[in-house]
Ligand binder design. Structure first.
Ligand code: ZN
Length: 317
């Protein structure tokens, strides 16, 4: 059974606004980050926070895991997890306290997302937290590639019975920025800790759920990466789905234990540096144009995912 997987992903994204995290009035601006290139020179370019990538992994898991259990908060995409719906004077509302009162084991049993993505619920001076089993870097432009960003003006489209020309003044045009570039991110999925209650470590049954449920949840978490690779990231998918082209995928997995993070594809020699960093129990799979040493090349991205899923299904623990 798989215990740990890391991803190093390089994609081209054309005309996306998936990092519109800086909003000021009618202007939604792209988030620009400062960083150092391989020569140590300062560069400014559009970048997307790992918080956003993690959120879109969460959304992909919700989308593909419909037949798996969710808490009430995760059912409706409420970011403050975990929660259950309670009745308060006839009014239904989400209560974090109720969910926490159930205890970690029950929360994990009843929600695969709270299990995999963790949670932080603070009530008064006490807090309950579970660390995420999935970790993300920021999405950054690959060094040496060009990054473009342009601001365009949109006007809100309005028509129908209630359309009044006199009220057009209220239809403020607004500006939005779109960016294009070749980007990379790295991510790690700690499969061995899915379903694990850390406090129970050392006991006979440290896991809150059965092996079959752990496998099923891990498979969902792995499959969700396909959606990220396809550019299914950002809040504007209904009208600004990015034009995405995967360029390179480097996956490292282990059936023995945890792995270090891969070297980021923003750096030119990331494949050989990752090969040189990984322990012997890591297996490396690659999809892309190059033919690097120390990795097994696959002819499609699907082959890589198939192999991960197959390893996940194997009975060995
Ligand atoms: Zn949940």
């Amino acid at each position: 059974m798989l215990r740990y997987v890391t991803f190093a992903i390089k994609v081209q994204l054309n005309v996306h606004d998936l990092n519109n995290e800086a909003v000021a009035g009618n202007v939604t601006d792209i988030r620009i980050m400062d960083f150092l290139n391989e020569n140590g020179d300062r560069v400014e370019a559009p970048a997307v926070s790992g918080r956003m990538l993690k959120h879109w992994h969460y959304e992909a898991m919700r989308e593909i895991g419909l037949d798996l259990p969710f808490c009430d908060a995760c059912k409706i995409g409420e970011p403050v997890r975990p929660a259950v719906i309670v009745s308060d004077n006839g009014q239904k509302k989400l209560s974090h306290q109720e969910a926490i009162n159930k205890g970690t084991t029950e929360v994990i049993k009843s929600c695969m997302i709270c299990d995999v993505h963790g949670y932080l619920a603070a009530i008064g001076t006490t807090s309950e937290r579970r660390s995420s089993r999935v970790m993300f870097s920021w999405l950054m432009p690959v060094f040496g590639s060009k990054s473009e960003a342009k601001q365009v003006i949109h006007s809100r489209v309005k028509s129908g019975m209630d359309f009044k020309e006199a009220e057009l003044t209220s239809q403020m045009p607004y500006s939005k920025s779109y960016a294009s570039g070749i980007y990379a991110f790295v991510s790690a999925l700690d499969i061995e800790r899915i379903g694990l209650v850390e406090l129970n470590l050392g006991s006979e049954q440290p896991y809150a759920i059965e092996v079959s449920a752990r496998k099923q949840r891990a498979k969902m978490a792995i499959q969700a990466y396909r959606h990220l690779i396809s550019g299914q990231i950002g809040a504007s998918l209904s009208h600004a789905m990015p034009h995405t082209k995967p360029i390179e995928i480097l996956v490292a997995y282990s059936e023995n234990g945890a792995l270090p993070f891969p070297v980021s594809p923003v750096y030119q020699k990331y494949i050989e540096d990752t090969v040189g960093l990984m322990p012997e129990h890591a297996k490396l799979l690659y999809w892309g144009e190059k033919s690097p040493e120390g990795v097994e090349k696959r002819s499609s991205i699907d082959e890589i995912f198939q192999e991960l899923i197959k390893k996940m299904e194997e009975a060995k623990q």
